[in-house]
Write a protein that binds this ligand. Structure first.
Ligand code: ATP
Ligand code: MG
Length: 629
């Protein structure tokens, strides 16, 4: 079957299409109805069916390939490496589940997991899934304030955490931040389960804190039966990164979630049981949930959990992992590839990478240079995929497993089966023509695996996502995009990344694309800065490829003019940045997203806000300095 037909089936007859995909997972009790969309935008998948994510990820593989690797936990921070077979993983998950039960956790209770990339974090997630508890993993980089708001919102009975993480050899204490967060939050969890890695000393709170190692010895032989859940019960809450505002607790179901991930592993990532999958993300992000933990394991693949930097002990570390564990599919973010690209390619070529079939990149726009470089150096196709925390799996990509359609540079691809993607005119809500810019939306019902609601706030879900066009109820991605004449989509930035220059609305991403086309520009960020006369003006921050000849005030001015001329030519003088500043670093989160609001705030002399996820704080210092100079 070609992809066009496959896609059409998914849209024309979702019941039949998803009914077929549902065969990819194990059901305890068959569903009665594939889709119930009687109360939009709240759609229900596989109504009446009973299943369990942990059973699908672990137990069902124990029977057929129990001794094959399931979880490979590697830390270059603590120099440890441990492989758990499916059987061993099952034992550890049962022990963790027994501990949780002994601490009073039951079906429907929330468990907040605030942990680095260690095996116990995976045990904790799967243990929750096993007993029907709802996990909420909070990225380890978040500090007390962000953690406190999540504790207050999720109201977990139990928090699972550690003494410390480690980053670039530096110990990063977690426990004091957690204690401070609990102090800050009005809601207090009853119990805190702590994995003591022996990295930093901890202060224990009597009666509340429990030592995992000690508790584990009490439950070594624990057998904890799977709690079967109706397909539409909640499996987890994950708060969005908050790049654009107050974090939203994205809630996902059980059955639809399992089916969507199993199908994506087959059709998009082309993974097979017995192979190894390596996603470099973090369990604190949605990629970590979908494609470190659940997706690969549900498929019977071994999955790698990596704690450490991509460049330590040297920039060959990831490639050494690919060689050692014969990784077939790898998933990372463009930002990580840009980091690796700064180092000699010997670090890559000294390893045998012949097992690797495809590299998947997501999370931010994939630029041409990065894509070309990594694809030609690795000698494998690079597949961009566009999605969101909210959807949990790709919206746009090339579905290689069905048909190996060509990719187009700068485009993540075409709509994935199940997604009715449209581009709508922001003002009129009418569908845009080819190459006409509008808001990327998805017509309901969203396919299985997408968010069910905002945790505890159905109203916010409906209002925030489905109520942006007067004449129709569609899901808004809050991203700008265009579709070309061949049906390929291009993402042009977020709808709130718009600046208003003298009454004209301009997307910062378009200005960035234009500036990027200058041969000496490595990276660029454009923000709108308040201006008395024009309302707002565009200000650009540029990292040059070759800055050696651009060091004097004169040469900087000349380069600034050159760059402005490029924008004039592409977009017109209106879009021309008022200033182009040269820096060596841009303020980004650790997951590679530009901290646009902070950048803008600094340009306007305001407080940059919550910076707990920033990769390198010195990047903002640079911005402050150039703005003053
Ligand atoms: P919040 O919604 O809280 O502001 P966030 O949007 O940064 O946080 P994510 O859900 O992790 O959190 O990011 C999804 C967004 O990332 C998309 O809406 C899009 O803007 C961007 N994105 C993801 N993948 C791609 C891609 N392949 N190409 C371009 N942009 C992408
Ligand atoms: Mg978002």
């Amino acid at each position: 079957m070609n992809y066009a037909e496959f896609y059409k089936q998914s849209i024309d007859d979702p019941q039949a299409f998803w009914g077929k995909q549902a065969e990819l997972i194990s059901w305890h009790r068959p569903y009665k109805q594939v889709l119930d969309n009687s109360n939009p935008p709240f759609s229900k998948w596989f109504v009446g069916g009973e299943t369990n994510l942990c059973f699908n990820a672990v137990d069902r593989w124990v029977e057929t390939q129990g001794d094959k690797p399931a979880l490979i936990a590697i830390s270059t921070e603590t120099n440890s490496e441990k492989v758990y077979s499916f059987r061993e993983l099952q034992r550890e998950v049962e022990r963790m589940a027994a501990i949780m039960k002994s601490l009073g956790v039951g079906k429907g209770d929330r468990v907040l997991i605030y942990m680095p990339m260690i095996a116990e974090a995976c045990f904790a997630m799967l243990a929750c899934a096993r007993i029907g508890a709802i996990h909420s993993v909070v990225f380890g980089g978040f500090a007390s304030n962000s953690l406190a708001t999540r504790i207050a919102d999720a109201q977990p009975k139990l928090v699972v955490s550690v003494d410390a993480g480690s980053r670039g050899g530096k110990r990063v204490p977690y426990k004091p931040l957690l204690d401070a967060a609990i102090e800050l939050s009005e809601y207090k969890p009853n119990r805190v389960l702590l994995v003591d890695r022996g990295l930093v000393p901890m202060e224990w709170v009597t009666g509340r804190d429990v030592d995992y190692a000690a508790a584990r010895t009490q439950h070594m032989d624990a057998q904890v039966p799977v709690t079967w859940l109706e397909s539409n019960e909640a499996s987890y809450i994950l708060y969005t990164s908050g790049t654009t505002g107050r974090p939203k607790g994205v809630q996902r179901d059980v059955g639809g979630h399992a089916v969507a991930l199993a199908a994506s592993m087959k059709h998009i990532y082309c993974g097979k049981a017995g192979e190894t999958y390596f996603s470099s993300s973090d369990i604190g992000w949605v990629v970590g949930h979908s494609y470190i933990i659940y997706g690969p394991l549900i498929t019977g693949m071994a999955t790698i959990m990596y704690e450490g930097l991509p460049i330590a002990p040297d920039p060959g570390i990831w490639w050494s992992i690919v060689e050692k564990y014969k990784v077939t599919r790898m998933f990372t973010a463009p930002t990580a590839i840009r980091v690796l690209k700064k180092y000699p390619t010997e670090f890559m070529h000294k390893y045998d990478l012949s097992s690797l079939k495809t590299l998947y990149l997501a999370g931010e726009p994939l630029d041409e240079t990065t894509s070309h470089w990594v694809s030609s150096e690795l000698g494998v196709p690079v597949i961009d995929n566009y999605w969101q925390t909210e959807t949990g799996w790709p919206i746009l990509t090339i579905v290689k497993g069905i048909e190996d359609l060509p990719t187009k540079l700068g485009s993540p691809g075409i709509p994935v089966y199940g997604y009715k993607v449209k581009i709508l005119n922001e003002a009129t809500g009418e569908e845009c023509g080819a190459n006409e810019k509008g808001v990327v939306v998805i017509e309901g019902p969203l396919p299985p695996g997408c968010m069910q609601t905002v945790y505890g706030d159905d109203d916010r879900f409906a209002k925030t996502y489905w109520n942006n066009f007067a004449n129709k109820q569609v899901y808004s991605t809050f991203d700008w995009g265009i579709r070309d004449a061949d049906g390929y989509y291009f993402i042009l930035g977020r709808t709130d990344d718009v600046i208003n220059v003298a009454g004209h609305r301009l997307g910062t991403r378009e200005i960035e694309e234009s500036i990027s086309s200058h041969s000496n520009v490595a990276e660029v960020a454009v923000v709108g800065v308040e201006d008395k006369l024009k309302g707002q003006v565009a200000v650009a921050f540029v990292i040059l490829k070759n800055a050696a000849n651009v060091n004097s005030a004169e040469s900087k001015l000349a380069m600034e003019k050159e760059i402005m001329a490029v924008v004039d030519k592409h977009l017109g003088a209106l879009a021309r940045p008022a200033r182009v500043h040269f820096v060596t670093l841009l303020p980004k989160t650790r997951s590679g997203k530009l901290l646009r609001r902070s950048l803008q705030a600094i340009c306007e002399g305001r407080d940059p806000g919550d910076l707990t996820t920033i990769e390198d704080p010195s990047s903002l210092e640079q911005i402050r300095l150039v703005m003053q100079g």
